[in-house]
Write a protein of this length. Structure first.
Length: 427
């Protein structure tokens, strides 16, 4: 087997759904990450579902995973790729989207999220809740990027959950959230988009963000891989859940839900400086090695999700995980968790708890410092090319030729001319 590049697998299973769960676990057991996964109609004429999986050869023990997969498969073909996913010559660079029409490939998620709730999830044994989640998740499964996001007719119970979350958190923000967050949260409430009476619709919020910073929301039915999530940010696309947490625990959710996205993330996505910062993390992730994605994801976790910063001598919160959970916010205010100075190289090595309250938080000297530190860290990620986002064509440009650099210089010169003219006018 080629140790470089990628391997694609197409398989059908002896037991369709149960077998798929086993197959996914099997890849997980051998630390093999998917670059892409989708279900396809089998071409054997059997009517079975077939699954197409693209794996990076370098990650985990792929050879053993394939051997194990054979024991639960009806059919299995493998192909080592001399070409990468998009037909370009293969290198060991993992696939990433380069065009707008490839964004939907980031959200491939073939399991219904409600069917894999963990035993400690508050909705684990609530069949009605799981069915409702799956109903809302179907919107994301059928969604194509660029189309209006279908609206959800949220129930009275869901609206009550939102009201509780919104009311309680809103009360805490003035004292605990960072300045930039509060400024943008104010805009969301002043515009009438955020009220306690109704769950804001992703389509409306996405349009609001588009007008503010060019960010757009894309509904997703479950967790996408961190690599894919970060790749979306490079396009200023934020993958967002549309369903609500379980009504029994409005103050805590073991996973992202629409409250987490709307209360935790959206206000800062509406901030032009933060939007550029978070896009830069996304750009740094494109084509990065599995090890560098792991480091970036931990830095992301301890900054964008759970970051703290000093402002006017006080500790303020800018992390969405804290700003969307009353319980976690209260936990951080106790003496229990440890506060460490934010240093990306250290955060990159710090493990974190995916569920439950965090035992460690990182505090930056300031909101601006945190962004500068992350930027500097992201720029150390080694790649044989650089990338930039072209907002006109909504595509990622790979810069690896002198002629492209010449064009870049021309554009920068034009910008400088504009700057010079503007300064003259203002003078
Ligand atoms: Fe989040």
């Amino acid at each position: 087997m080629d140790v470089e590049g990628t391997t694609s697998l197409v398989f059908s299973l002896k037991e369709n759904f149960r077998g798929l769960v086993d197959a996914l676990k099997l890849f997980q057991n051998h630390n093999v990450n998917f670059l892409h996964i989708e279900s396809r109609q089998s071409n054997t004429g059997s009517g079975d579902d077939a699954f197409f999986v693209l794996c990076a050869n370098k990650e985990g023990n792929l050879k053993q995973a394939i051997n194990d997969l054979r024991t639960i498969s009806k059919t299995l073909t493998t192909q080592e790729s001399a070409h990468s996913h998009d037909g370009q010559e293969s290198t060991s660079v993992p696939w990433f989207p380069k065009r707008r029409d490839e964004i939907d490939q980031l959200a491939v998620n073939i399991l219904k999220q409600g069917e894999r709730l963990q035993a400690d999830h508050p909705g684990f044994s609530d069949e009605e809740y799981k069915a409702r989640r799956n109903q809302i998740a179907e919107i994301a499964n059928n969604y194509k990027f660029g189309l209006p996001i279908p609206r959800v007719d949220y129930t009275v119970e869901e609206t009550n959950t939102w009201r509780t979350v919104f009311t309680e958190l809103r009360r805490l923000y003035p004292e605990h959230a960072c300045r930039e967050f509060n400024q943008n949260f104010q805009l969301l409430t002043d515009s009438g988009l955020y009220t306690e009476d109704r769950v804001p619709q992703l389509e409306d919020v996405s349009n609001f963000l588009k007008n503010r910073t060019g960010f757009r929301l894309r509904p997703v039915s479950g967790l996408v891989s961190i690599r894919n999530f970060l790749a979306g940010l490079a396009f200023r696309v934020f993958h967002a859940m549309q369903y609500l947490r379980h009504p029994s625990q409005p103050m805590y959710s073991p996973e992202p839900d629409v409250c987490h996205e709307l209360m935790g993330h959206v206000p800062l996505l509406a901030d032009p400086v933060f939007a550029r910062f978070i896009q830069e993390i996304g750009l740094a992730s494109l084509g990065a090695s599995a090890e560098d994605i792991r480091k970036l994801s931990r830095c992301f976790w301890f900054s964008v999700e759970y970051g703290l910063c000093k402002q006017d001598g006080e500790t303020k919160v800018y992390g969405a995980g804290l700003l969307s959970q009353f319980g976690e916010l209260q936990h951080y205010l106790t003496d229990g968790p440890e506060l460490r100075p934010f240093e990306p190289s250290k955060a990159a090595e710090q493990t974190f708890k995916l569920t439950g309250y965090q035992p460690v938080y990182f505090e930056a000297q300031s909101f601006e410092t945190a962004q500068a530190q992350m930027r500097a860290f992201a720029s150390t990620i080694p790649r044989p090319f650089t990338v930039r986002y072209n907002a006109y064509t909504e595509s990622i440009e790979i810069i690896n030729q002198k002629s492209q650099i010449v064009n870049l210089v021309k554009e920068i010169k034009d910008d400088l001319d504009l700057l010079e003219q503007s300064l003259k006018v203002i003078e």
